[in-house]
Design a protein around this ligand. Structure first.
Ligand code: ADP
Length: 420
């Protein structure tokens, strides 16, 4: 079995993001959804495997257990090193889950030190003197200060980690990174001798991340955002450069949107404005017992199969608040997710071969409904938004899963440009 880079992502679309980064680094990459089990099969010839969990905001003990089970499975599949991928905003609470999961992975691997670096320079996330910046602002001055789940009110990664781990925390400063991989390796050894477990690394550019990646090759566990995964991937011995994944470029195409994020609403507008067929799924009608999926399928059957179609439940913030007020937030979400999951299965049964799904939760609902556990990662249409290649009982499927706010406004048009 060839050596592989294993990766654990703490959320679903983070998994797609890091898988795209590893592929960019030249690694043939497989993405697995959820904790793998004995039946999860990997293609024989991939260099990297990403397992996407939903462990960012779950109780720490649960996140640790799922991450450890995944690490064990990655080892059994030939992974020599495990990268723990979290958000480039260090999205976490005083209890975790970044610290507890990292500690558990490091201990299970028998390691003594790991790197912490959430920098993602293309997205404006940089680390300097151990502080996380969002463009020109400290994390704590940025809009992330008001994040609905985990407000980030401190930009010092070392201070943030203090409440999440009992272990010592150190710094690899930018002047060290500028001196190259050997200098970083020396500082890592010195920190390890001092009993430091978590080495926060400064990084301002992708080149800095490549240096840190090269210096981290021997560490059993490395942690960061997609940027450091790419840096590590570039230094990886099995990187093959050109990677060919047989994604279908033709065949009936559909977009299923369940995200209500501003960018997805823009993408829907652009698709409709271009005169392409779009169908709005009425959540209230579905909740009232109407067979909205059947109506949508009847509409689909009447469309030209050579033209991409869009089916969307997405609503503007005001409409969303109204529906949620009427049905309850969880009930409305479940209604939408089961509707989009059912539609995905029936569209694929009817011959759809290219499917773009907008929304993190929505993507989870669709892959579950399609019974897809493993995909091969192909070209990116936009940064962090790759096509993937899946196998379903109805045949092969080109599948794109995007986080609500990802992708350019014209993504829904460009994704299928071959048939337009
Ligand atoms: P994002 O990646 O933008 O956060 P998600 O798919 O993760 O998108 O989340 C969007 C949530 O909004 C889903 O739970 C979905 O079911 C719900 N939703 C979508 N459209 C509606 C609607 N019209 N009414 C109520 N809830 C909706």
């Amino acid at each position: 079995m060839p050596p592989r880079l294993g990766c654990i992502a703490d959320d679903f679309t983070g998994g797609t993001d890091v898988a795209a980064a590893l592929r960019r680094a030249g690694l043939r990459t497989t993405l697995v959804f959820g904790v793998p089990d004995a039946d999860t099969e990997l293609p024989a010839d991939c260099d990297a495997t990403v397992v996407a969990l939903k462990s960012r905001s779950t109780p720490a003990a649960e996140a640790v257990a799922e991450s450890l089970a995944t690490q064990k499975w990655l080892w059994s599949q030939g992974a020599v090193q495990v990268f723990f991928k979290y958000c480039s905003t260090f999205d976490s609470t005083a209890e975790g889950n970044i610290g507890p999961v990292t500690d558990a992975l490091v201990e299970a691997a028998g390691a003594r030190i790991t790197v912490i670096c959430p920098a993602s320079p293309p997205n404006g996330r940089t680390v300097y003197q151990g502080h996380l910046f969002v463009h020109d602002q400290l994390l704590s001055d940025s809009p992330l200060r008001h994040h609905p789940l985990n407000p980030m009110t401190d930009a010092s990664l070392r201070r943030l980690l203090t409440t999440q781990t009992p272990h010592r925390i150190g710094l690899i400063d930018h002047s060290t990174v500028q001196r190259g991989a050997d200098a970083v390796r020396e500082v890592l050894l010195a920190l390890e001798r001092d009993g430091v477990r978590h080495a926060v690394a400064d990084a301002l550019t992708d080149d800095d991340l490549a240096v840190i990646g090269a210096a981290s090759l021997e560490l059993p566990v490395v942690t960061g955002a997609a940027g450091l995964a790419e840096g590590l991937g570039r230094a990886y011995p099995t990187g093959t450069g050109a990677v060919d994944v047989p994604v279908s470029r033709t065949g009936p195409a559909a977009v299923l949107a369940g995200s209500c994020s501003a960018r997805t609403l823009e993408q829907i507008d652009r698709f409709s404005a271009a005169g392409l067929p779009a169908y709005h799924l009425d959540v209230r009608a579905a909740a009232a017992g109407q067979d909205v999926a059947a109506d949508a399928l009847a509409w689909y059957e009447a469309q030209d199969p050579a033209t991409p179609v869009l089916l969307y439940a997405s609503a503007s913030p005001d409409d969303l608040a109204d529906v949620q007020g009427e049905l309850g937030v969880a009930a409305a979400g479940e209604q939408v997710e089961s509707l989009l999951g059912a539609l995905a299965s029936r569209l694929v049964e009817r011959g759809v071969r290219r499917l773009l799904v907008a929304g993190g939760e929505t993507s989870g609902a669709v892959t579950t409904a399609l019974g897809i556990r493993t995909v091969l990662v192909a070209d990116e249409a936009d940064p962090g938004v790759p096509w993937t290649y899946a196998t379903t009982p109805s045949g092969h499927l080109a599948l794109m899963l995007k986080s609500g706010n990802f992708g350019a406004p014209d993504l829904f048009l460009r994704a299928f440009e071959d048939v337009q």
